[in-house]
Every structure is written in C-alpha cells, then in structure tokens.
Ligand binder design. Structure first.
Ligand SMILES: Nc1ncnc2c1ncn2[C@@H]1O[C@H](COP(=O)(O)OP(=O)(O)OP(=O)(O)O)[C@@H](O)[C@H]1O
Length: 235
C-alpha cells in the first residue's frame, strides 16, 4: 500500500488567546504523495506561512493530526521528542532568498547538512557534487556564493534542500525574485527532483508564471484549504 508523504487532518492553529486570538488555520486537510509537486496558493494573510511552518515542525499546531511518511508527528501534541533532527533529516526547506553561507564554497554549502547528520566529509562532498550535476551547476562546485547568479544560487539552495534526501521539501515563494524563464526552470528542476528522489514538494506561491504548471493545487483562504486539479502544463 502506498503511504502518503504528508497527511494532515483537521489541523488548526490559533495564535494568542482571548479577545486577541487569531485562528490562522481552521481545520486543514491535505494529502501529498511521494514524487508530487503541489502548489499552495492563497491571498496574503490566508494562512500559507502558518501551514508551512506547522508542516516543517517550526511552530506547534493547536489541534489536529499530521503524519509524515506514515509516522504520526503531531496528534494534539508533538509525538516526536527531537524536532531538530526531524527537520534536519526529513524536511528540506527552500526559501525566497537562497540564504547560502557566504564563507563556504558552493560544494560545502550543500555538504554541511549531511556532515551534520553524521555522513563523512568525503561522502557528503560526493553527494553535493552529484546534486550540483543533477541541477546543472556542477561547473560552479568550487565557486564562492558571491560569484553565482540569482538563478544559480537558487539551484544551489535546492541542492541543499535535497542533501539529506528528505522525503519532503517545503518551498516558500522559491521563484519570486526570478524572471519568467528562470522561474520555469526552477519549477522544472523541482519536478525532476521530485520524480528522481520520490520527494514530495509543497510550493507556496503567488507567482502567476508557475501556477499553471502544478498538477494539483491547494487553495487556502481564511485558514481553510480547497483542493483543485491544476493544469499541469509543462514548465
Ligand atoms: N506570530 C503570529 N502571531 C499572531 N498572529 C499571527 C502570527 N503569524 C501570523 N499571524 C496571523 O495569522 C494569519 C495567517 O498568517 P500567515 O502569515 O500564515 O498568512 P500568509 O498567507 O502566509 O500571508 P502572506 O502571503 O502575507 O505571507 C494572519 O491573520 C496573520 O496576521
């Protein structure tokens, strides 16, 4: 039986208490399968960042259930003691800005995470080089971050997100600073990586250029999600 990479049931998140409480998530359901790239789209203040932060175990939901790869990680309370290790080994993050470390070269920016997870330095660098090749930036492996273009930096940040082969990648507006062509390239890469590594990727976006590329879209409005089949056009 196939196991969803992400399964969320009736998830809620309330910030604050009493009169000033904000119900940012009001009962979200979501199922995402390995190898899928799913869009999460909604207006400002609809709850996108809150949902992504709950999924990434960055903030604690108020109620509901979350499973990653069949393992319950939240069910009214965290079911896992070590959330840092969970984030490091099982969830990759891609942000709007690449946030690469300027004093490490491109290879070490990627190798750092597997090293922290206990992989030997040599193996971690081999893995980094493989990912850079897969993302078509192998020729920049020894470059300094400041020497890369914006599109190249974003590819390196995707390689970093994949470095521990996480089953899940959470991408928050990953194409916002890029022009159309580079934005579509990033989406094509995310789709290839999802297929190749059977990673489930959630992409929060406002970007009209990339929304038509998703096969499945969750719309979020006022803390509730609605699923829609996307157009799934080739990027
Ligand atoms: N730390 C917080 N404390 C209190 N309220 C918060 C907090 N973070 C978010 N909110 C509120 O929760 C609701 C959802 O916010 P969230 O940031 O998840 O929306 P969003 O869809 O990501 O918005 P944007 O596209 O503008 O980033 C909003 O009403 C917001 O004001």
């Amino acid at each position: 039986m196939k196991i969803p990479a992400i399964q969320i049931e009736n998830l809620t998140k309330r910030y604050g208490e009493g009169d000033t409480a904000v119900d940012a998530l009001k009962g979200v359901d979501m199922t995402i399968w390995p190898g899928e790239v799913v869009g999460l789209v909604g207006p400002s203040g609809s709850g996108k960042s809150t949902l992504l932060k709950c999924l990434g175990a960055v903030i604690e939901p108020t109620s509901g259930k979350m499973q990653l790869g069949g393992q319950t990680i939240f069910d009214g309370a965290w079911k896992i003691d070590d959330l840092r290790t969970l984030r490091r080994d099982r969830i990759g993050f891609v942000f709007q800005a690449p946030y690469l470390i300027p004093f490490l070269d491109v290879t070490d920016n990627i190798a750092l995470l597997p090293m922290l997870a206990g992989v030997s330095n040599a193996q971690a660098r081999i893995r980094a080089r493989e990912l850079l090749d897969a993302l078509d930036v192998g020729h920049r492996a020894q470059a300094q971050v400041s020497e890369l273009s914006g599109g190249e930096q974003q590819r390196v940040s995707i390689a970093r997100a994949l470095a521990n082969h996480p089953p899940i990648i959470l991408a928050d507006e990953p194409t916002a600073p890029l022009d159309s062509e580079r934005a579509l390239t990033v989406v094509r890469i995310l789709n290839q990586m999802a297929q190749q590594y059977q990673t489930a990727i959630v992409v929060v976006t406002h970007d009209e250029k990339i929304i038509p590329t998703f096969k499945r879209i969750y719309h979020i409005r006022d803390g509730r999600t609605y699923e829609e089949a996307g157009e799934g056009r080739d990027a």
